[in-house]
Each structure stands twice: as C-alpha cells, then as structure tokens.
Design a protein. Structure first.
Lengths: 213, 197
C-alpha cells in the first residue's frame, strides 16, 4: 500500500484514464499524456496570483456584459435592443418559465457562482484562513464547470446576428465587447487553473485540522 | 507492483485513489463519493437517457419557433428551420444548427447507449477508446443548447407590435432534453468501463 503522499506522485489522464508518474517540470513546462497527448498538468509558480487578478477582471467585465445593451437592431426605423434584463421580461411575457429558469441558471447564476467561488477560494488560500469554506468551494467548482454555458450563448448570439443580417441594421453595444473580453479571460482562467495543484496547496496550507468536519 | 487498474481518479479533485472492487469509495482528499454501487449508476444513467430520448420526440415535432406577422401565425420545427435556412442560402448557419441540434443529441444517445451496453455485456474493445468516447460525450453535450439560445435571442430582438417571434413548446422540451442528456452523462460511472479489464 502506498501512502497518500506517494499517491500524490501519480496522476491519471482525464481523457484516456492512463496512470502516469509525475515528473518534475521547470517553470512554464507542460506534461502531456503518453497515450493521447492531452495536457495533463503544467507548472506555474505564480498560478494563484495570476488567476486572482484575472478573476477580478472577469467579474467586472461580466457585470458590464450583464447590465448593458448587447446588440440593438434597427428594422426600417423600428428599434429593439437586447440586454439580459429585457431577455427575462420577454421570456416571462411569453410564459416560457422552464426555458427562463434554465437560462437564468446556465447563463447568469452558474458563471457568476463559478467566478466568485474561484475568487474566494484563491483569496482564502492566500490569506491561509477558512479552510473548510475553501474545501466546499473547490468541490462546488468541480460540479459547476459542466454547467457554464456562457461560451455557447455567445456563439448563439453570433448565429442570431447572421440570421438577422439581411433584414436589419445591427449595432453592437458595449456589453458585446464586454462579452468577448469575459470569454477570453474565462478561457485563460480555465487553461491556467490547475485543480490538482490547488487541492495540494489546500492540504499543505490547512493540514488535517479542517478535514474532519 | 503498480497496476493501472488498481487506481481510480477522483472526478472532483483529480486525486489518484486506490480502487476497492465492489465497494463504494470516498476520495482520500476531498471526501466526495467516487463510485456508487455499480448498479445504481447504471440504472440512473439509463433512466436519464430514456427521459432524454422521450423528450427528443416532442422537441422535434412541436414548433421551436413561432412567428406572428400581423396576426398570421407560422410555426417552424427544428428540421423545418434548418431546411428553410438551407433553401435561403445561409449554408454555414444551417450546418451549425444541424450539427448542434440534430447530430450532437443523436450522437450522445448512441454513445451513451453503446457505453452502457458494451460495459454490461463486456463487448471486446479497447478500454482507452471507451474512456475517450465518454470524454467526447461529456464535452459535446452542452453545445446542443445553441438552437434554444438563438430562439430566445431572436424572440427578444424581434418583438414589435406587428411582427413577433417567440419560443414554442419545442424549445422547452429541447432544453429539458439537453439537461437530461447531460445528467445522464454525468451519472455514468467510469468504473463500469474499468471493471471488465
């Protein structure tokens, strides 16, 4: 039987489930799976600091994306604009409650929860306090990552714009740019963040005292 | 002796854990459940999958988009919308919608059914391929929501007194269908793949 410390030297590829022994990397190095070439882990000594900065920026730009006009169209003088708020009022007006609730969760709540839990988890790890909360947040994050559909919403936005292109004059709002920014930042965060590393940091920082709750 | 089949990856924190056959395991690091009893996971996945397949029928039969032009109401289903887009000449959009809302759900149904049946009856095929197939199934899942989102966005933008577009029953059942296929993929247990080796 191997101890937990020894088990930490192994890693399993998320794509093809092959077991690997970890090798030490230099700063910025990447380790690929020997069977399917997927990126398994990488080393970044400043991961927490970088991600914290990115998350704060992302939350600000997400706020802009949620509150301002995304696009507005003009058909022969008739104007109509799209923002998240108008989206819900229209969905309620058409009595599409199921779609409305799903939309609320997938596009608004889950991305917000994801970003804020990354922020708080990293922040608490940095100040070395609230170990139990960090654990809950890290577990929450692993469940949330399947349910964030912000990127899909953006692609749908592009599809809808192309559909309207022939009939209407389309103007991009400030939230559209904020959306692109948010998605770019979010992609960088998900590429940068290393959950295995975070969990190990959590264990090193808080030890076993918080674990038994 | 270190053998790959003795270890299992925690889905929550990615830690490597020992595998104890036939027992439910809790992760050593984050204490979340890695495996349920084999049967629970197997039946749960089937249940969600069947729900999704049933919902796929109204999603295709009922209109996903209803257009009201000066009192005249026209309805279009998913396939009808794709055919219309193709006839109008927006081929890229037609292909995106076709892939996202027809192929992706069908592929997911086929993949999950294959994974369930092949693990139950120990069909001979590479274990690694099955893991990859599962990974792909998980990754492509949410992309079928594109059509629903497009309909929602259009219904907000085309909302004048004369002309109105709004989502129909098809949109609701389609959204629910995607939801249940995702649940089905999430409840599939990779241990089912492992067991045969």
């Amino acid at each position: 039987m191997l101890t937990d410390k020894e088990l930490d030297n192994f890693i399993i590829c998320k794509k093809c489930d092959t077991l690997h022994r970890k090798i030490p990397l230099h700063q910025g190095g990447k380790a690929l799976c020997s069977k399917c070439n997927t990126l398994i882990y990488h080393r970044d000594d400043k991961m927490i600091e970088k991600t914290l900065a990115l998350v704060i920026t992302t939350i600000i730009s997400l706020m802009v994306a949620f509150n301002f006009t995304i696009i507005s169209i003009n058909i022969n003088g008739l104007e109509q604009s799209l923002s998240l708020l108008s989206l819900f009022s229209v969905l309620l007006e058409h009595q599409q409650y199921v779609v409305g609730v799903m939309f609320l969760f997938l596009i608004v709540l889950f991305p917000l929860m994801m970003l804020s839990s990354i922020f708080f988890a990293l922040f608490f790890i940095t100040i070395k306090r609230y170990g139990y909360t960090v654990r809950r947040l890290l577990i929450l994050l692993s469940h949330l990552k399947h349910w964030n559909m912000l990127d899909i919403f953006f692609i749908s936005l592009l599809v809808a714009m192309v559909k309207l292109f022939d009939y209407a004059k389309i103007e991009l709002g400030i939230a559209f740019i904020a959306f692109i920014l948010t998605l770019g930042l979010e992609l960088t965060i998900t590429k940068n963040i290393n959950f295995d590393e975070l969990w190990r940091k959590y264990e090193n920082t808080y030890g076993d005292n918080y674990d038994k709750e | 002796m270190i053998k790959s089949s003795n270890f299992v990856r925690c889905h929550t924190c990615e830690a490597v854990n020992y595998e104890y056959h036939g027992k439910g395991i809790f992760c050593r690091r984050c204490h979340s459940r890695i495996h349920q009893s084999r049967n629970i996971s197997y039946h749960k996945t089937w249940a969600f999958l069947i729900t999704a397949i049933i919902l796929y029928i109204p999603a295709n039969l009922y209109p996903i988009l209803i257009t009201k032009k000066f009192g005249v109401q026209t309805e279009s289903t998913i396939l009808g919308g794709i055919i219309h887009l193709w006839e109008v000449g927006s081929y890229p959009i037609a292909i995106i919608i076709l892939v996202a809302s027809v192929f992706v759900p069908l592929l997911k149904f086929i993949f999950i059914t294959y994974l369930l049946i092949s693990t139950k009856y120990n069909v001979k095929s590479s274990r690694i391929d099955k893991h990859k197939l599962f990974y792909i199934t998980e990754a492509i899942g949410p992309w079928s929501m594109i059509d629903v989102f497009v309909v929602i966005i259009l219904s907000v933008l085309i909302h004048f007194s004369g002309v109105q577009v709004f989502p129909g029953t098809g949109a609701t059942s389609f959204a629910l269908m995607v939801f249940f296929t995702m649940l089905s993929a999430l409840s599939f247990d990779t241990k089912l793949i492992k067991k045969e080796s």
